[in-house]
Design a protein around this ligand. Structure first.
Ligand code: NAD
Length: 337
C-alpha cells in the first residue's frame, strides 16, 4: 500500500485525505496541521495520525489534548509521497524539505509552476506527470477550464477561449474574507492571470480571462465563449460534454437555477460535505453560433481538485495509467451525478 502524507489539513487537505483513504491502492499515513483547532479534532475522529507543522507548536497540540506523532519533518520521512495542501506560498517553502528527504510531493494551485516538473490535470495531461517527482495540481478554476477544453480540443479544435470567472469571496470557514456587499473586478487589470495558468496545461492555447469576486461562499461561476475550429451543433456539444466523467451537464428538468440548488442537490445525494467534484455545465446554456460556443459552468472550489490529486499520485508513482486511475478514483468517490 502506498503511504500518502497530507501536509496541510485544511479545506483541500482534509478532502484529499478522505479521498486517499477511499482508494484500494493507497492509505493515509498521517496529516499535518499548524494549529490544534476543529480541523485537528476532525482528523483525530477520522482516525488519522496527527503531526504538528512545527516543533514549537507540539506543546500547543498536547495542551489542547491531542496526541501528535511528531512534526511535518517526521511525516515527510514516513511518506512515500506527500500531498502539500498548505496555504499559498508555504508549499514553496516546503519544497526543499521534500527534496532533502527524497520524498516526491504534489503542490497546489497557489504555488508557482516553476517549482514543479509539471502542472497537472488528469483529463488533459496525465502522461506528463508519469514518473515526475514534483507536480502541481492546478487551481480549481484552471481545473474546471482544463476539463472543458480537453474534449472540445480533441473533437473540434479550439481557436480561442474567452472566459469571465465570477469567483466566490471565500470558503465557508474563511470568516475574514469578502466582499460582504460589493462586486469587485478582481483583478482590475485585464486579461487576468487565470489564462496564463491554463497555459501551464495547454501551452499553445489562445485564452483570455477576466475575473470578478462576489459575496458568496458557494461556488465559482464561469461564463465562457469558445471559438471552435469546426461547427458542431449545440446538441453535439451537449452530448460530448455529457460523456465526460467529470462534467455534469445540468438537465433542464432539474430546474436548478443557480449554485445554491446545485449544492443542495449534492447534499440530497448524500455527498460528503455537499461536495461537487464535477464541473457543473448548464445544458440549456450550451449554444453554438457560427463556430462560437457559449456556456455557463459552476465550479465547486473546495472539491473539484480532489480527484485530480488522487490521479496525480498514481501518475507520479506508476500505480496506474490515466484511464484506469480516473475510473478507480471516480468509482471510489462516487463521481458522476
Ligand atoms: P486552508 O487554509 O484551508 O488549509 C491550510 C492548512 O494548512 C491548515 O489546516 C493549516 O493548519 C495548515 N498549515 C498552515 N501552515 C502549515 C505548515 N507550515 N505546515 C503544515 N500545515 C500547515 O487552505 P486551502 O484552502 O486548503 O488551500 C490550500 C492550497 O490549495 C492552496 O495552495 C490553495 O490555493 C489551493 N486550493 C484551494 C482551493 C480553495 O478553494 N480552498 C481550491 C483549489 C486549490
Amino acid at each position: 500500500m502506498l503511504q500518502v502524507g497530507i501536509n496541510g489539513y485544511g479545506t483541500i487537505g482534509k478532502r484529499v485525505a478522505d479521498a486517499v483513504a477511499a482508494q484500494p491502492d493507497m492509505e493515509v499515513c498521517g496529516v499535518s496541521k499548524a494549529s490544534p483547532d476543529f480541523g485537528a479534532d476532525g482528523a483525530v475522529r477520522r482516525g488519522y495520525t496527527l503531526y504538528s507543522a512545527r516543533e514549537d507548536r507540539v506543546s500547543a497540540f498536547r495542551k489542547a489534548g491531542y496526541e501528535v506523532a511528531g512534526t511535518s519533518e517526521d511525516l515527510i520521512a514516513e511518506s512515500d509521497i506527500v500531498v502539500d495542501a498548505t496555504p499559498g506560498g508555504i508549499g514553496a517553502e516546503n519544497r526543499p524539505r521534500y527534496e532533502a528527504a527524497g520524498t516526491p510531493a504534489i503542490l497546489q494551485g497557489k504555488e508557482s509552476d516553476s517549482l514543479v516538473d509539471t502542472s497537472f490535470n488528469a483529463r488533459a495531461n496525465f502522461e506528463d506527470a508519469e514518473g515526475a517527482e514534483y507536480v502541481r495540481v492546478v487551481s480549481c478554476n484552471t481545473t474546471g477550464i482544463s476539463r472543458l477544453v480537453s474534449p472540445l480540443e480533441e473533437a473540434y479544435g479550439v481557436e480561442k477561449v474567452r472566459a469571465t470567472l465570477v469567483r466566490r469571496g471565500g470558503d465557508p470557514d474563511q470568516t475574514g474574507r469578502g466582499p460582504i456587499n460589493d462586486i469587485l473586478p478582481d483583478p482590475i487589470t485585464v486579461p487576468s492571470h487565470h489564462g496564463p495558468d491554463v497555459n501551464t496545461i495547454f501551452p499553445d492555447l489562445s485564452i483570455d480571462t477576466m475575473g470578478l469576486t462576489v459575496p458568496t461562499t458557494l461556488m465559482h461561476m464561469h461564463s465562457l465563449n469558445i471559438e471552435l475550429e469546426s461547427e458542431p451543433s449545440s446538441e453535439e456539444v451537449r452530448e460530448l460534454l455529457a460523456g465526460e466523467s467529470r462534467i455534469f451537464v445540468v438537465d433542464d428538468g432539474l430546474a436548478i437555477d443557480g449554485t445554491g440548488k446545485l449544492r443542495e442537490l449534492a447534499r440530497d445525494r448524500g455527498r460528503p460535505r455537499g461536495d461537487l467534484w464535477e464541473n457543473c455545465v448548464w445544458g440549456e446554456s450550451i449554444n453554438v453560433q457560427d463556430s462560437e460556443l457559449y456556456l455557463f459552468q459552476a465550479i465547486h472550489q473546495e472539491s473539484d481538485v480532489i480527484p485530480e490529486n488522487v490521479d496525480a499520485i498514481r501518475a507520479m508513482t506508476g500505480l496506474a495509467g490515466r484511464d484506469e486511475s480516473m475510473a478507480m478514483t471516480n468509482e471510489s468517490l462516487g463521481i458522476g451525478l
